[in-house]
Design a protein around this ligand. Structure first.
Ligand code: ADP
Ligand code: ZN
Ligand code: ZN
Length: 836
C-alpha cells in the first residue's frame, strides 16, 4: 500500500506505527506509535519529534508507517509531527542508505550529517529571538505561554528547550517553540554553532512627508537656509537620488556611509535624522553583494570551446569526464558554459568546491552569471542560511547550487550535472565524525542515481581519477595552455643545504629567495610564501636536556604560539603558558624549533622591516570573514608578502603576484604517507599556479636540500603523465590504491593495554578471515593518544578484484565477536573506508 492511498484512507486503523530513523549512532530504526490525532496523516520522509532514551528529545525521519506492533519493546508515542510534506526526497533517502552501507556507519549518522541543525530540533538546541524580526512588530497574535517564552528570551540571550519549558511551567515547550518559529520571531541554533548574524548596513532616506511633494521640500530649503551644512547634505542627497522621478529609489535609500564619505558633516546628518527630515533604517544585506564585479559570461576561446565539445562528446557514451587542464587554462569558463546548457535543459546543477576554494571570488563570478537561481552552501554559513538553501531547492527557488562537500546531501530532484572542481583535494574527505565519506565519490554515485553527468576537474588529478580515465572508465579531456597564452611561471630550485654550508643563507632563507623578495618589494609587485601545514608546527625544546612539552591528554608535542605566548595542543585544544625554565632540568635555555608560518612571518619582518607581511593560516582565518578580508587586502595591494599554508594555493587569482616560494618541499616529499609524492606534486603545482597570471611573468622559487630529486624535475616541467607513470609503479609495487582498496580500523579506549588487546583480538580474527597479508598491523599510530583515549590502528589492503562487500561483512562480524567479550565492551571501533 502506498502512502498516498493511506492518506486518502483516513480510517485505516492498521497504520498505528512509524519506523523512525534517528540522528544517533544506533544501527537500527525505532518504532514509535502514532497518536490518534496524527493517524493517517503522517507521510514518509517527514520529520517527527520523539523521545530517545530517558531524557533526550530528538528529531527523526519517518521511514515507513505500518501496523506492526514491535515485539520486544513497547512503542513510545511520537511527540510532534513537524512537516506535512517530506523534507527529504526519495532519492536522498537512497543515497543516504548507500552511504551508510558503503562507509560502514549507521543511517542515523548519515542523517545527522545531512540535515542542517535548523532542521533538527533536539534537546541540545537553543532558541533565541529572531535577530531582525522584532516580535513586538509581529502581525501574529501570541498566546500567554508564547508571550512568557518571548519575555524570557528578552531577559536571557538564549534558552535551551528545557529552560523554555521551565519558563512556562510545563513539561515540554515544543509546541510553543514550533509555533514561534512559524511566526518567525525566534530561531533555533545548536550551542556549538555560531548564532545567525546577518550583515547589516545603516541607510538613510528622505522622510516620506518631504518626498511626497515638492512644495514641502521648498519650504524645507527655506527653513535650512541658515544651516548650510544641513542643506548641503539635502542637496547632495537629491543629486544622488531622484526622489520625485523614482520614488522607489528614495524608498530604498542610500547607505549612511555614502554621506560620510563625501566629507559632509556627520553631526549635521544626525540632526536632520533627529528632526525627522531624514529617516535612518537598517537593511540586511547578503554577504556576497559587496564587491560584486560586473562580469559577463565571456565567449569561450577556441581551445575552451574544443574542450567543451570533447566533454559533450564523452557524455554521449560515458557519464564521467575528467578535465585535466593546467592552472589558468580557464576551466571555470568551460564549467559556466556547460552549467548554462544543463540549466537551459531544465536540469539542476551542483558545483562542488573544496572548503578553502569557495571564496567570494568564485561565488561572485558565478553569481553575476546565474543570479538568484544559484544557492550557496558553505560550512561557514549559519544554519539558518543552510536551511534556506535546503528549502529553496525543495520549493524550486534554486536550481543551481555551489557548495562544499556537505552539499551532496541537499534535496535535488533532477540533477543533470555535477562539477567536482579541484577533484584531487583532500578536503572532500570527511575524517571525523562518521560518515567518513569522500564527496567526490558520493557525487559520482549521486549523479548515477539521477542519470546525470559528472565532470571532475583539476590541474593535478588524483592518481585514482587519472587511472580511471586511463582505463576508459572516464573520458579524458586535456588542456595544456593557459587562457590568453599567459605564461607558465619559471621554476627555480634554491639549494638551501649548500647555501647553509657556504653561509650565504640567512637562517632558513636562501639568498636566492631573499634577493627575489627584495626585487618584488622594489618593483611593488606581490609575493606568496607557502609552507605546508603538516609537520610544520613550532614547538619548544630545552637546549640542555632536549625536553619538549607534550599535551597531557594526547601524545603530541604542544605547538608554540608566539602571538599569545602560549602552548597549544592541536588535537584537543589544551592550552598552557610557556615555561620560563625547563620543567625537566631547570635550564633557562629554552628555544623554539620547527618552521611554521608564524615563524616565517616573524623572520621575514626582521629581514624586510618595511614590507607589509601578512600570514594566512588556520589561526588567522578563524573568524567568519577573516579569510575574505585577507584576500581583499591582498587584492587591494595592502599586503606585499602573503605567508600561508594550503589556503593560499587554491583558486585565487591575483594580478600582481609575480613570485611564489615553496619554503620547504623536502618535508612534504618525506612525509610518512603513501600519498606524499602525489600531494607534493599537487600542492606545488597549485601554489605555483598563483604566480604570474595576466601580464606579469611569474617566478617560483622552491627551497630544497637536494635539487636533484626526480620529482622536482617533473614538477618544473609540468609533466603530469610521467609523474603518474612513475607513481603507478610505486603503487603497484606496494599494492597501494588504485591497485587496492583500503579500510582503516581505529581501536580506541581509555586504557592503553585494553586498546592493544582489543586491536590484537580483532586483528587476529581478520587475519584468519582475510589472510595475513591483507591485514597491516595492528600498530600504534604516531599520535597514540587523543583526548585521553589510546589508539591502535589496523589497515586492510584489499586488491581490486576481491569482493569488498564480503570484507565489510567480515569486519562487522569481527566487531560483534569482539564486543561479545565482556572486557571489551568499553572499546570503540571506528571504521574508515577509503581513508585517504
Ligand atoms: P583555471 O581554473 O583553469 O586555473 P581560470 O578559470 O581561473 O583557470 O582562468 C584563468 C584566467 O583566465 C582567469 O583570470 C579568467 O578570468 C580568465 N579567462 C578564462 N577564460 C576566459 C574567457 N573565455 N574570457 C575571458 N577571460 C577568461
Ligand atoms: Zn631541560
Ligand atoms: Zn591534547
Amino acid at each position: 500500500m502506498t502512502i498516498e492511498q493511506l492518506n486518502i484512507d483516513d480510517a485505516d486503523e492498521q497504520v498505528l506505527y512509524a519506523d523512525v530513523a534517528l540522528p544517533v549512532p544506533v544501527p537500527m530504526l525505532y518504532t514509535y506509535s502514532i497518536p490518534a490525532e496524527y493517524r493517517g496523516n503522517i507521510k514518509e520522509r517527514t520529520r517527527v519529534i520523539v523521545q530517545f532514551g530517558k531524557k533526550r528529545i530528538v528529531t527523526g525521519i519517518v521511514e515507513k508507517v505500518h501496523g506492526n506492533r514491535p515485539e520486544i519493546y513497547a512503542a513510545k508515542p511520537i511527540l510532534e509531527v513537524l512537516d506535512t510534506e517530506p523534507v527529504i526526497t526519495r532519492m536522498q533517502m537512497e543515497v543516504m542508505k548507500w552511504m551508510a552501507n558503503y562507509y560502514m556507519c549507521t543511517f542515523g549518522e548519515v542523517i545527522n550529517a545531512a540535515l542542517p541543525s535548523g532542521l533538527k530540533l533536539s534537546s541540545e538546541s537553543r532558541i533565541q529571538l529572531h535577530p531582525h524580526n522584532d516580535w513586538n512588530d509581529s502581525e501574529y497574535p501570541f498566546d500567554d505561554r508564547e508571550l512568557l517564552i518571548l519575555k524570557a528570551l528578552e531577559n536571557n540571550d538564549s534558552l535551551t528547550y528545557k529552560e523554555a519549558a521551565e519558563a512556562i511551567d510545563q513539561k515540554s515547550a515544543l509546541k510553543f517553540i514550533k509555533s514561534l518559529i512559524q511566526k518567525d520571531v525566534i530561531i533555533i541554533y545548536e550551542e556549538v554553532r555560531e548564532k545567525y548574524k546577518p550583515k547589516i548596513v545603516k541607510k538613510i532616506r528622505l522622510a516620506a512627508s518631504y518626498a511626497a511633494d515638492e512644495k514641502t521640500l521648498q519650504s524645507l530649503f527655506a527653513e535650512l537656509e541658515k544651516r548650510p551644512k544641513q542643506s548641503d547634505i539635502l542637496l547632495k542627497y537629491l543629486q544622488m537620488v531622484p526622489v520625485y522621478q523614482k520614488p522607489e529609489r528614495n524608498e530604498a535609500g542610500i547607505p549612511k556611509s555614502t554621506i560620510n564619505e563625501t566629507g559632509l558633516s556627520v553631526s549635521s546628518l544626525n540632526t536632520l535624522i533627529k528632526n525627522k527630515i531624514f529617516e535612518e533604517f537598517e537593511e540586511i544585506i547578503s554577504r556576497f553583494e559587496e564587491n560584486t564585479e560586473v562580469f559577463e559570461a565571456s565567449p569561450l576561446s577556441e581551445i575552451q570551446e574544443k574542450a567543451k565539445q570533447e566533454i559533450l562528446d564523452i557524455f554521449e557514451e560515458k557519464s564521467t569526464a575528467l578535465l585535466h587542464g593546467i592552472t589558468g587554462s580557464g576551466k571555470t569558463e568551460i564549467y559556466i558554459s556547460l552549467i548554462q546548457e544543463a540549466l537551459d535543459n531544465g536540469l539542476q546543477v551542483l558545483y562542488l568546491l573544496p572548503e578553502i576554494a569557495l571564496t567570494a571570488q568564485i561565488v561572485n563570478r558565478l553569481k553575476v552569471v546565474f543570479g538568484d537561481r544559484m544557492g550557496v552552501y558553505h560550512s561557514k554559513f549559519s544554519d539558518n542560511e543552510r536551511v534556506e538553501v535546503w528549502m529553496g531547492l525543495l520549493d524550486g527557488r534554486f536550481d543551481f547550487i555551489v557548495g562544499v562537500r556537505s552539499a551532496i546531501f541537499l534535496p535535488f530532484a533532477d540533477l543533470g550535472l555535477i562539477i567536482v572542481d579541484e577533484e584531487h583535494e583532500n578536503s572532500y574527505k570527511q575524517y571525523d565524525p562518521a560518515p567518513r565519506y569522500h564527496a567526490r565519490d558520493v557525487a559520482l554515485f549521486l549523479a548515477h542515481k539521477h542519470g546525470g553527468k559528472t565532470i571532475l576537474g583539476s590541474a593535478t588529478p588524483s592518481v585514482e581519477s587519472f587511472y580511471n580515465a586511463k582505463i576508459g572508465k572516464y573520458g579524458l579531456v586535456t588542456i595544456n595552455s593557459r587562457y590568453g597564452d599567459a605564461q607558465l611561471p619559471q621554476m627555480v630550485f634554491a639549494d638551501i643545504r649548500t647555501e647553509k654550508k657556504r653561509k650565504t643563507a640567512t637562517g632558513n632563507f636562501s639568498s636566492v629567495l631573499i634577493e627575489a623578495l627584495g626585487g618584488i618589494l622594489e618593483k611593488k609587485e606581490q609575493a606568496i610564501v607557502f609552507q605546508n601545514r603538516r609537520g610544520y608546527s613550532n614547538f619548544i625544546t630545552c637546549d640542555d636536556c632536549g625536553y619538549t612539552p607534550e599535551c597531557p591528554r594526547c601524545a603530541v608535542s604542544l605547538t608554540y604560539h608566539q602571538y599569545k605566548n602560549q602552548l597549544n595542543c592541536h588535537y584537543c585544544g589544551h592550552k598552557e603558558p610557556v615555561p620560563v625554565t625547563c620543567p625537566a632540568c631547570g635550564s633557562q635555555r629554552i628555544r623554539t624549533v620547527g618552521f611554521g608560518t608564524e615563524k616565517i612571518e616573524e623572520d621575514l619582518k626582521l629581514i624586510f622591516p618595511d614590507a607589509k607581511i601578512q600570514r594566512m593560516d588556520l589561526e588567522t582565518t578563524r573568524a567568519k570573514y577573516a579569510y575574505q578580508n585577507i584576500i581583499k587586502d591582498f587584492e587591494d595591494g595592502k599586503i606585499d608578502i602573503l605567508v600561508g599554508t594550503q589556503m593560499v594555493s587554491k583558486g585565487l587569482d591575483f594580478d600582481r603576484v609575480s613570485l611564489v616560494s615553496v619554503f620547504d618541499i623536502d618535508r612534504m616529499i618525506h612525509f610518512p604517507d603513501f600519498r606524499s609524492m602525489e600531494r607534493t606534486y599537487q600542492l606545488t603545482t597549485q601554489v605555483s599556479g598563483r604566480a604570474g597570471r595576466k601580464d606579469i611573468a611569474g617566478k617560483v622559487i622552491i627551497q630544497t636540500g637536494d635539487p636533484e630529486q626526480p620529482i622536482l624535475k617533473l614538477i618544473s616541467q609540468q609533466n603530469y603523465n610521467t609523474f603518474f607513470d612513475l607513481e603507478m609503479q610505486e603503487r603497484e609495487k606496494f599494492n597501494y590504491p588504485p591497485f587496492s582498496r583500503m579500510i582503516k580500523i581505529l581501536v580506541r579506549s581509555k586504557d592503553k593495554k585494553l586498546s592493544k588487546y582489543a586491536a590484537e583480538f580483532l586483528g587476529n580474527i581478520l587475519k584468519e578471515d582475510l589472510g595475513t597479508y591483507r591485514v597491516l598491523g595492528p600498530h600504534e599510530p604516531i599520535v597514540n593518544k587523543i583526548r585521553d583515549k589510546y589508539l591502535m590502528e589496523i589497515y586492510l589492503k584489499i586488491e581490486r578484484k576481491y569482493n569488498i562487500n564480503s570484507v565489510k561483512e567480515k569486519i562487522k562480524v569481527a566487531y560483534l565477536e569482539a564486543l561479545r567479550k565482556k572486557d571489551l565492551t568499553q572499546v570503540e571501533f571506528i571504521t574508515d573506508v577509503d581513508p585517504y
